[in-house]
Design a protein. Structure first.
Length: 422
C-alpha cells in the first residue's frame, strides 16, 4: 500500500500505558535486587573462605615458628643426625642430599620437558591420524600432572631401583648388579707397618672374595703408587724390616686379605639400586608433566605476528623456534621450571619409596650409586619421634625448607621480570 508523504505528522506523545501513570513500560526491580543480594552473599562467602585459609596458614606458621625458633642455629645447618644426642643433631647431610637429587632431577627433566613442549607446540602434525595422536598425548600429559607422587615412587622403584630385575636382583642393603665403569676391585691386606696400614692388590677374579699372600706380587698404595710387594717369612728367622717405609711395602707370608672396592664419583651400575641417581630420576618423572605444560603455555603466549614476521623473512621452522619463539617464551619457561623444582625439593613420598626412611648419614654422597637423605625425609623422621627435642628439630627444619622454597619462588619472579625487561 502506498504511503502519502504529504500526510500530516502526529507529534503528540504516545498514549500512557494502562495502569502506569505518566506512560512508559514497567520494569520490575525484584529480579535485580535478588541478583544483587546473591552477588553480595557470594562475595562475602569468598572473602570468608579466603580469610579462613589465611588464618589457618598463619596459625600453622606461627605454631611452627614458635616451636622451632630455638633450634634455628648454625649447629642445625652444620651438624648431622644423632640418635644418642638430639641436642646436637643437624641437617647438613640432608641439605647436600636434596641439592644432589634436585640436580639430577633438573638435568634430566628440564631439557626433556622443554624439548617435548617445543615439539608438541611448534611442530604440530598436519595429517589427521597424527593430529589424533597429538591430542591423545596432550591429554595424557595433562592427566599425568595430577597423578599422586607416591605412584611415581612405585614406578621409580620398579624402573630405576630394580629395573624389573633384568640385570640381576638387588637385595636390601646389597650392592650388586652389572657394573659399567668407575670402580676398581682389590684385595686389602695388612702390612708390617702396623696401625691398621693396608696395601691393595688388584683383584683378577671378582668371584674370589679372599686371598692368601705367599709370594711377592704387584700391589698399590693408597696414593695410587704401584710397587712390588715384599714377603717376610717368620719361619726364616730373619727379623722384620726396620725401615718404616719398607714395612709399608711388606706383608707377612700367609697373610690373608679380603675383597675391597674403590669407586669414582661417576661409578655406575645396572640396576641403580637405592641410589640418589634413582631418586633424582624418579623425581624427574614427578615434575616432567608440570614442566611440559608450563613450557607449552609460555610458547602459546608468544604473539603469532612474531612467527609470521620470521617466516616472511625466509626463516625456517627451526630458525623461527630458536631465534623468535623460544627467546620470547623463555621468561615463562624459566618460571615454570623453577616452580617445578620447588615442588621436587619438597617431595617426600617418592624418596621414601625409592631410598627408604633411614637418616643415619653423616656426609654427602661419594658416587652416583650412593644413598642420601633429603630434607623432607629427615623432617618426616624427626616428626615421628616422641622426644620433644626431635619435635623442635622437625619444626626448625620445616622453617629452613620453607625458606628455601620462598627463595626459589622469589628467584622465579625476579627472573621472569628481568628477562621480560631485557
Amino acid at each position: 500500500m502506498a504511503t502519502d508523504i504529504n500526510a500530516p505528522v502526529d507529534n503528540s506523545d504516545p498514549p500512557a500505558a494502562s495502569g502506569y501513570p505518566g506512560g512508559g513500560y514497567a520494569v520490575s526491580t525484584d529480579n535485580s535486587s535478588r541478583r544483587k543480594l546473591y552477588s553480595r552473599l557470594f562475595y562475602l562467602l569468598c572473602v570468608l573462605i579466603s580469610g579462613l585459609s589465611v588464618v589457618v596458614l598463619g596459625v600453622l606458621l606461627v605454631s611452627i615458628g614458635w616451636q622451632g625458633h630455638s633450634r634455628l642455629t648454625w649447629d642445625l645447618l652444620q651438624n648431622s643426625h644423632s640418635e644418642l644426642n638430639p641436642e646436637s643433631s643437624g641437617m647438613w647431610p640432608s641439605i647436600i642430599g636434596s641439592v644432589f637429587i634436585c640436580g639430577i632431577c633438573a638435568a634430566s627433566a628440564l631439557p626433556l620437558g622443554i624439548g617435548t613442549a617445543i615439539f608438541l607446540e611448534e611442530f604440530k602434525p598436519a595429517s589427521k591420524p597424527l593430529r589424533m595422536l597429538h591430542s591423545f598425548i596432550q591429554l595424557n600429559i595433562s592427566n599425568l600432572a595430577g597423578v599422586p607422587s607416591i605412584v611415581y615412587g612405585l614406578l621409580g622403584l620398579s624402573l630405576f631401583v630394580f629395573m624389573f630385575n633384568v640385570f640381576g636382583r638387588i637385595q636390601v642393603n646389597e650392592s650388586s648388579g652389572t657394573e659399567l665403569f668407575g670402580v676398581s676391585h682389590y684385595y686389602q691386606v695388612l702390612s708390617l707397618a702396623g696401625g691398621g696400614h693396608t696395601v691393595l692388590i688388584p683383584q683378577e677374579d671378582e668371584s674370589q672374595k679372599t686371598i692368601k699372600i705367599d709370594e711377592p706380587t704387584q700391589a698399590v698404595s693408597r696414593d695410587g703408587e704401584t710397587f712390588e710387594l715384599a714377603i717376610w717369612d717368620p719361619a726364616s728367622g730373619q727379623p722384620k724390616p726396620s725401615d718404616p717405609e719398607v714395612r709399608k711395602r711388606t706383608v707377612r707370608k700367609g697373610q690373608g686379605g679380603g675383597a675391597y672396592s674403590e669407586t669414582e664419583w661417576y661409578y655406575l651400575r645396572l640396576p641403580f639400586g637405592k641410589s640418589f641417581l634413582a631418586a633424582g630420576l624418579t623425581l624427574s618423572l614427578v615434575i616432567l608433566p608440570i614442566v611440559i605444560i608450563a613450557s607449552q603455555e609460555a610458547l602459546r603466549g608468544v604473539a603469532p605476528s612474531l612467527r609470521e614476521a620470521s617466516f616472511g623473512l625466509g626463516s625456517t621452522k627451526w630458525q623461527t623456534v630458536r631465534h623468535v619463539s623460544l627467546p620470547a617464551a623463555m621468561p615463562g619457561i624459566m618460571t615454570g621450571a623453577i616452580l617445578a623444582m620447588g615442588r621436587a625439593i619438597g617431595e617426600a613420598a617418592p624418596i621414601l619409596v625409592v631410598l627408604g626412611a633411614a637418616v643415619a648419614k653423616n656426609s654427602g654422597p661419594q658416587n652416583l650409586m650412593d644413598n642420601v637423605v633429603t630434607m623432607p625425609v629427615l623432617i618426616f623422621n624427626w616428626a615421628g619421634r616422641q622426644q620433644a627435642a626431635y619435635q623442635e628439630l622437625a619444626a626448625a627444619a620445616i622453617i629452613v625448607l620453607l625458606a628455601v622454597l620462598l627463595l626459589m619462588n622469589s628467584a622465579a619472579i625476579y627472573l621472569r621480570q628481568k628477562m621480560r625487561v631485557g
